[in-house]
Design a protein around this ligand. Structure first.
Ligand SMILES: [Zn+2]
Length: 491
């Protein structure tokens, strides 16, 4: 067996976008944070220490854009957005690089394009736009980098070439496969033995595989599918290789944090690590592996076959984004999250109680404040959001009971704590009128577009926008002063 854990040194960071990070000046770093994060590799909580505090790197596996994101897809986005915010606070905004990929080469995308009889990029553009809009309503900040598979093809082909040269991959019948026997640590992250993985993979093993656990790096495209030229023949990449190539390109290996849902631990992250290390420096791939738990529909798995899939895209038109974000962070991120009809309503009620305290304190100006020590301690303990929420309620209660200068201080502290993690951004009065700030921005943008279309007598476009607003439960009334809008009654 080849010891592929020590392949020749290859240009790990040379292709990275190191010079392309944010150019804004670093915000002054807050007193040093003692963030503790659970690491799936070591199965323990460890104090977070980046390789370079001036260049903290995090990569999270992102969406495959062939449909609207369901609420389970939104959970990692919000969880890792919270972690991104914590890192930015601790190390300064300009020092944290967060990459989340977009898979825009995939069988499901091809199928959808064929079903609709449109080019693939019509599908990917439509659903990527919707994804961006929906996640922004949930308060998720844009990642620093959002690499796409179709824009990373040279790097993917280059990485596969290195794996072939290192004898960690082989070509067979138009495919290139990763040779799992070449990497002695295969199974280390998921703690599976090679025998187990072979047994698991034995169903319907492709004849060109040397070992049943070997996985595809490159495969031929079917007629009508997108195809790229490569030294291994025309075709397209497998899914796993895309993330390793993107990490190398955008952040450089090793990275500080690799995140994703816990359903990705095996095989996706196991494969990412195997190919990434065999193609590069061999030492470490990610110092912390952070995985969020599943979102279930009550006690059932969410699945198409059970007919219980709920789209984030539908929820954002029915509930304020902050309420959905609250619901997604209400359980600790590593625990399963049981989603029911009531979940967003309960989350809205929880936020109502915080906004209520702010409304009753509308007569005082909030003092400039930092989030309190207890609140920060809860978040720094592996993102303990249930405990952080309890601190917010305690603050709201204290604000209600306070007198004199304490009111300004407590109001400031409540706002600082809430806003750090993406809440309490609305004007309290507007909150109770039902206009979430993110939704409000989206609606007002659409109304402005509609006014432009009407001015240009593009009635088709104006009607299309009106329908889109109606689908968001927004009722538009045209008046002499322009259009006004309100949310329709919820049923
Ligand atoms: Zn990935």
């Amino acid at each position: 067996m080849l010891d592929a854990a020590r392949p020749p040194m290859v240009s790990g960071g040379s292709q990275s976008y190191m010079g392309r990070g944010p150019t804004t000046a670093a915000s002054p770093s807050k007193p040093e944070m003692s963030l503790v994060l659970y690491d799936t590799m070591t199965r323990e909580k460890r104090r977070f220490r980046p390789h370079d505090p001036k260049r903290v790197t995090m990569y999270v596996c992102g969406p495959t854009v062939y449909n609207y994101a369901h609420i389970g897809n939104a959970r990692p986005v919000v969880v890792f957005d919270l972690l991104f915010r914590m890192l930015r606070r601790a190390f300064g905004e300009a020092h944290v690089l967060y990459a989340a990929n977009v898979t825009d080469v995939d069988d499901k995308i091809n199928q959808k394009a064929a079903d609709e009889g449109v080019p693939i990029d019509v599908i990917t553009r439509r659903y990527l736009d919707a994804y961006h809009a929906d996640m922004s309503v949930l308060g998720a900040l844009s990642p620093t980098f959002e690499p796409r598979a179709t824009q990373t093809m040279d790097e993917i082909i280059d990485m596969i070439g290195r794996l072939v040269r290192n004898n960690c991959a082989y070509a067979a019948e138009g495919h290139v496969l990763f040779n799992t026997e070449a990497y002695s640590d295969y199974g280390k992250l998921s703690r599976r033995s090679l025998e187990d993985m072979i047994a698991g993979a034995r169903v319907d093993v492709a004849p060109y595989k040397q070992n049943p656990a070997d996985f595809v790096l490159w495969k031929p495209s079917k007629p009508g599918e997108p195809v790229w030229e490569s030294p291994f023949g025309p075709g397209r990449p497998g899914w796993h290789i895309e993330c390793s190539a993107m990490i190398e390109k955008t952040l450089g290996l090793p990275i500080d944090i690799h995140g994703g849902g816990n359903d990705l631990i095996f095989p996706h992250h196991e494969n990412e690590m195997a190919q990434g290390l065999c193609a590069t420096h061999g030492g470490e791939y990610a110092s912390w592996w952070v995985h969020n738990g599943f979102l279930n529909m009550g006690s059932e798995k969410m699945s198409k076959s059970l007919g219980n899939v709920i789209l984030a895209h539908d929820l954002v038109s029915r509930y304020p984004g902050e309420a959905l974000r609250w619901a997604l962070l209400a359980s600790h991120y590593r625990q399963p999250l049981a989603w029911t009809e009531e979940t967003p309503r309960h989350a809205k009620a929880a936020l109502d109680s915080l906004y209520g305290a702010l409304l009753r304190a509308a007569d005082v100006e909030a003092a400039t404040a930092e989030p309190g020590a207890e609140f920060m301690a809860a978040l720094e303990d592996d993102l303990n959001t249930p405990k952080a929420y309890a601190e917010l309620f305690a603050l709201a209660q204290a604000l209600d009971g306070a007198t004199g200068a304490d009111r300004a201080r407590l109001k400031g502290e409540l706002l600082a704590a809430g806003q750090l993690i993406g809440f309490l951004k609305a004007d309290p009065e507007a909150w109770f009128q039902g206009a979430d700030p993110a939704l409000k921005a989206t609606v007002e943008g659409l109304i402005a577009d509609r006014a432009k279309a009407r001015a240009a007598k593009d009635w088709g476009e104006a009607d299309r926008i009106r329908d889109a607003l109606s689908a968001m439960n927004v009722e538009v009334q045209d008046g002499p002063q322009g259009a006004t809008w309100r949310m329709k009654e919820q049923v």
